[in-house]
Design a protein around this ligand. Structure first.
Ligand SMILES: *[C@@H]1O[C@H](CO)[C@@H](O)[C@H](O)[C@H]1NC(C)=O
Ligand SMILES: *[C@@H]1O[C@H](CO)[C@@H](O)[C@H](O)[C@H]1NC(C)=O
Ligand SMILES: *[C@@H]1O[C@H](CO)[C@@H](O)[C@H](O)[C@H]1NC(C)=O
Length: 312
C-alpha cells in the first residue's frame, strides 16, 4: 500500500458500534473527579440524573464493550489507505472538542455508532498529526454529538517536509484576555488513584497504570489520562458557570499541553469573552497544575449557558 497523505483526508472509517448504561455514566463521573455533592452525575435516582455532557469522548475506546478491552486493538486506525504504520507507544492526544447537539439518553440500547472521518493531516519535522471528525448517532442516524480530535504521532515520517490538508474542524476560540483577571477560578485535586478509576471508562492503555511503561516513555512514572483532566476542567466550568445543570454545556474543547500526574492539584481559570450561539456565553480557559504552574490544558474554549446565582 503506497503512502500518500493527501489521499487520507476525507477517508471514512467503518461505523463503530457503541453502547453505555447508567453504571458507565456513574463510573465516568467519578473518573473525572465528581464528588458526592454532584448528584445529577453520581446518583442515578436524582431527579436531574443525566450523562455528564462530555461523556461521548470516552466512547471511542470503550466501543460497546462491557468488559475490559485491549488497548493495542482499540488504539489502531483501521483501514485508512495512505497512512504509514504508526507506533502506538508514540502517539499523544493533541486536542479534543465536543459539541453537544442533543441530550443523550441514560442508557443507549442498541444501534448507536460513531461515524469517523479523517478531516485533516499535517506533517512537520517532529511527526504526523491526524485530525478526525466523529459523530455520535443513534440507530436512526440522528446525531447527538460532534467531536474533533487530533493525534500527534511523534517521530512518524512520510516525506519529512511540511504538509497540511484540512477539510473540516472545530470553531476557533478567542484568546485569553491579557488585561484582566479570570472571571472564575476553580481548584480541584485529582486523587492518587484517579487513573485507575478513569481507565474503567474504556482507555486501558497500560501507560496509565504500569509505572515501568511510564518510565520507559520518559514520563517518570504513570500519567493521568488527558481525557480525565479534560473532564475535570469541564466539571469546573459546568459547576462554576452553569449551575451544574447537565444541559448547560454546549461545546467544550482544548489542547493537551503537558501531562498531569494522579494526585496533582488542578486549577481552571476561565474568562467570559463574548456571546456564544443559542443563548450561551463563550468562555476561554486554561487548566494548570497548580503546584508547578504549568498549563496542562491550553487554548480552552466552551459555549455554556450561564446560570445567575440564585438568592439564598
Ligand atoms: C509539529 O506539530 C506539533 C503539533 O502541532 C507541534 O507540537 C510541533 O512543535 C511541530 N514541530 C515543528 C518542528 O514544527
Ligand atoms: C428510531 O426512531 C423511532 C421513532 O422516533 C424510535 O422509536 C426508535 O427507538 C429509534 N430507534 C433507534 C435505534 O434509535
Ligand atoms: C505538578 O507539579 C508538582 C510540583 O511541582 C510536580 O511534583 C508534579 O510532577 C507536576 N506534575 C507534572 C505532570 O509535571
Amino acid at each position: 500500500m503506497s503512502v500518500d497523505l493527501a489521499k487520507v483526508v476525507g477517508h471514512q472509517s467503518p461505523d463503530k458500534p457503541v453502547a453505555w448504561n447508567k453504571r458507565d455514566l456513574l463510573l465516568y463521573a467519578v473518573g473525572i473527579g465528581a464528588k458526592k455533592e454532584d448528584f445529577p452525575f453520581v446518583y442515578e435516582l436524582d431527579k436531574k440524573f443525566a450523562p455528564f455532557p462530555t461523556y461521548p469522548v470516552a466512547l471511542g475506546l470503550k466501543g460497546e464493550d462491557q468488559d475490559v478491552n485491549s488497548f493495542a486493538e482499540k488504539g489502531k486506525i483501521e483501514g485508512a489507505p495512505g497512512l504509514p504504520n504508526f507506533d502506538l507507544n508514540r502517539v499523544v492526544h493533541g486536542s479534543q472538542t465536543i459539541e453537544i447537539l442533543k441530550p443523550l439518553p441514560a442508557v443507549s440500547g442498541h444501534g448507536w455508532k460513531l461515524k469517523e472521518k479523517i478531516c485533516g493531516v499535517h506533517e512537520n519535522k517532529s511527526g504526523i498529526i491526524v485530525d478526525a471528525e466523529t459523530t455520535l448517532a443513534d440507530g436512526n442516524g440522528t446525531a447527538y454529538a460532534r467531536l474533533y480530535s487530533s493525534a500527534f504521532h511523534i517521530g512518524s515520517k512520510v516525506t519529512g517536509t511540511k504538509f497540511d490538508k484540512v477539510i473540516a474542524g472545530p470553531p476557533q476560540g478567542k484568546p485569553i484576555p491579557k488585561d484582566r483577571k479570570p472571571d472564575w477560578v476553580v481548584k480541584d485535586q485529582t486523587s492518587p488513584d484517579q487513573a485507575i478509576v478513569y481507565r474503567l471508562s474504556g482507555d486501558y492503555n497500560p501507560l496509565h497504570i504500569d509505572p515501568r511503561i511510564g518510565q520507559a516513555a520518559g514520563f517518570g512514572g504513570i500519567i493521568l489520562h488527558g481525557l480525565s483532566t479534560y473532564g475535570f476542567a469541564a466539571r469546573a466550568l459546568l459547576s462554576a458557570i452553569g449551575g451544574n445543570d447537565p444541559h448547560a454545556l454546549k461545546f467544550f474543547g482544548c489542547r493537551f499541553t503537558s501531562p498531569v500526574k494522579p494526585g496533582d492539584v488542578l486549577e481552571t481559570s476561565a474568562w467570559e469573552v463574548g456571546p456564544g450561539p443559542d443563548g450561551t456565553i463563550e468562555v476561554a480557559f486554561v487548566t494548570k497544575n497548580l503546584t508547578s504552574g504549568k498549563a496542562a490544558l491550553g487554548g480552552g474554549i466552551a459555549y455554556i449557558k450561564k446560570v445567575e446565582k440564585s438568592k439564598l
